[in-house]
Design a protein around this ligand. Structure first.
Ligand SMILES: [Zn+2]
Length: 411
């Protein structure tokens, strides 16, 4: 059937008109990218899910139907990436058993209230994470953009995960042959995994069990053949070396046991373009779980902070990540404080939250900075993090794809 031309045009236009939203944020301090000086008294115009314009408030147009938010005194950056999270808390696991309100509450508590507009889950049941992200994508849930590795590869289930896995009836096979490892990588990629996670070193009772070298190499090679990056949990220097030998792309933590990273090891990591996710807060949380003395806790933190300092100072790529979902401490303040203690400046920390992950995960043409045609993923902060780094944890609004997905309660 052919519609009259005018009606056809109107029908085609209707969805655009009905869903079009223009948002204008005005009079803010805006960091368009980590390497650019801030814009003062600046504005951003958003149309649908994209940024249209950014610049001095007076220079940005005001479309008739735009909703304007006066951001006087506030600071805006590109939406944050958290490159190490898990969809494991009981409020997210077995998602089919929770109401959308319950799931939304946890997505806000864990992610959007801290400014995260993109998160990388690096070990969780793939089917469950797929269900959640499908519902975020279709608007049933309100949350960040979600990438996932699905289930990890390890030689043995880490001791700290055994009870959890049993209690929640999660099944993660231990892959013992190269053909089985290759088949499992292919299956997970087929099922939607965006990357692959290995435990190069798996923490067991008083020992660390390394993934056999031939399995590690086969998993990484097959992931790369499928154009997927590989994350690795190193635990020890040997775990870092195994990760390098097998071609891993991203270390999911600093390594907390065995001595500091030697200049030769740092050089190998740099040559391999290995990214590092520090997860410094994790070590404080684990120290408390293990009832370490304040002095031992401080020693552990000094050790991991030093590792980050060494790799960052050498020019290694740092990706922000906190291991939330494994640790229950969602507040990011401590991580920013420890990263600062490791010598990282505000622009370097903002890089780890925005442009570095966007580049690493092949999204830098549309994500990580505030510019025309980029994703309208933004964080509106209560104050300027250049003055005090913990301002990065004081989130007023989080916008994802042009929609406000978090607004701080009025004080
Ligand atoms: Zn983790």
């Amino acid at each position: 059937m052919r519609l009259p031309l005018t009606l056809a045009a109107a029908t085609l236009l209707l969805p655009t008109i009905a869903h079009a939203t223009d948002i204008k944020l005005t009079h803010a301090t805006i960091y368009t990218s980590p390497d650019a000086p801030p814009l003062h008294d600046a504005a951003i115009l958003i149309h649908d899910n994209r940024i249209v314009a950014v610049g001095p408030t007076a220079s940005i147009p005001s479309p008739r139907n735009a909703t304007t938010y006066d951001c006087t005194g506030l600071t805006i950056t590109a939406g944050f990436w958290n490159s190490h999270v898990h969809f494991l808390p009981p409020q997210l696991l077995h998602a089919e058993q929770h109401t959308p309100a319950e799931l939304n509450g946890m997505l806000q508590t864990m992610f959007t209230s801290w400014g995260f507009t993109t998160v990388f889950d690096i070990a969780s049941p793939l089917a469950n994470t797929n269900l959640i992200r499908k519902q975020v994508a279709d608007g049933t849930l309100t949350g960040p953009r979600i990438f996932t590795t699905g289930e990890p590869f390890w030689a043995e289930v880490p001791i700290y995960a055994q009870q959890f896995i049993a209690d929640n009836h999660i099944s993660i096979p231990v892959t013992t042959t190269v053909p089985a490892a290759i088949a499992r990588v292919d299956q997970q990629v087929h099922d939607g995994a965006d990357a692959i996670k290995i435990f190069a070193g798996s923490i067991e009772d008083h020992k660390v069990v390394l993934l056999p070298a031939d399995i590690a190499k086969a998993v990484v090679d097959e992931a790369h053949r499928n154009h997927r990056l590989v994350f690795s949990h190193p635990t020890t220097i040997k775990g870092v070396e195994l990760s390098l030998d097998s071609g891993v792309d991203i270390l999911a933590h600093v390594s907390d046991s065995e001595g500091p990273w030697s200049p030769a090891l740092i050089q190998r990591m740099l040559s391999a373009h290995m990214s590092l996710i520090p997860t410094l807060t994790l070590f404080d949380v684990e120290a408390h779980r293990a009832n370490l003395s304040p002095q031992s806790t401080q020693q552990l933190l000094d050790f991991v902070v030093d590792q980050l300092r060494t790799y960052s100072a050498a020019g290694g790529q740092i990706l922000f990540g906190t291991d939330i979902g494994y640790i229950p401490q969602f507040d990011t303040t401590e991580e920013f404080t420890l990263m600062t203690r490791a010598g990282m400046t505000f622009p370097q920390i903002l890089t780890s939250l925005t442009t570095a992950p966007a580049a690493r995960f092949s999204a830098s043409t549309h994500s990580g900075r505030i510019a025309p045609n980029y994703d309208a993923d933004l964080v509106v902060l209560a104050s300027d993090p250049a003055t005090n780094i913990t301002a990065l944890s004081q989130v007023r609004y989080t916008l994802r794809a042009g929609k406000i997905i978090y607004a701080a309660p009025a004080k």
